[in-house]
Design a protein around this ligand. Sequence first.
Ligand SMILES: C[S@@+](CC[C@H](N)C(=O)[O-])C[C@H]1O[C@@H](n2cnc3c(N)ncnc32)[C@H](O)[C@@H]1O
Length: 267
Amino acid sequence: MATLTDQEFARFQRFIYEAAGITLSDAKKVMVGSRLAMRLQKCQVASYGDYFRLLASGQQPEEVQTAVDLLTTNETYFFREPNHFEFLKNQLPGLVRYAEPVRVWSAAGSTGEEAYSIAMVLEDCLQGRPWEVIASDISSRVLERARRGHYPMERARNVPRAYLQKYCLEGTGTQANTLLIERTLRAKVQFRQVNLNAPLPPLGMFDFVFLRNVLIYFNIETKRQVVRRVLSTLRPGSWLLISHTESLHDVTDAVQQIAPSIFRVRT
Ligand SMILES: C[S@@+](CC[C@H](N)C(=O)[O-])C[C@H]1O[C@@H](n2cnc3c(N)ncnc32)[C@H](O)[C@@H]1O
């Protein structure tokens, strides 16, 4: 079995920094080795150095995407940091006076639990008024799972019971212990591959952006660039939500903090 040398690890650190803006500390060496180990066999290369050269050759872009998928951390769950969903709910009455849809972006939304949690709140609270949720991530693997909207039941722990009944189908037979997001709700969430570390594609303007548990992977300069890009998609007076474990200290002064992890774009 190949061993990941310090020099090879440094190459993968640079690779994921350039591809996704992610800063991997030296403590992540074992993690990188174990996440990429199976690719060596699959690509029939003898060492991590050879695997890196394969990625750098530019001849296998799909393998580059696989490596990015493997080097990102995708942990998420429904209604994570529940006060953000309460906050969203509480702001909606102030927004429905506008004829246009309420628009929310789950940036770095991983396997979709965040986007579907937002969608459940909007569908429940807006009572037939229009809304749109766009969910994006750099990883194509998580986006595939997000589009399916099919999860192990144990992940539904935090979904309010009324939402489980209205918006989720409980699997039976071979699908026992799983839940499927109900088709019409699923169809209203759009999934897109978006790299926050590159110029954004046209996404339109949003009332809320959930940018949670991704800034932690970026250094200060990347954070500034990512937040600047994300802010360009937020309407004046709209809201940016980050995780309670993250901070915008020294990152931007274009927003006003109105609660821990909740920021309002200045009007
Ligand atoms: C820990 S998950 C957070 C998921 C969700 N926002 C939450 O709070 O539960 C972080 C996600 O950020 C994504 N990510 C990392 N770098 C990214 C980048 N440059 N552009 C877009 N997504 C990125 C990863 O693929 C991963 O799915």
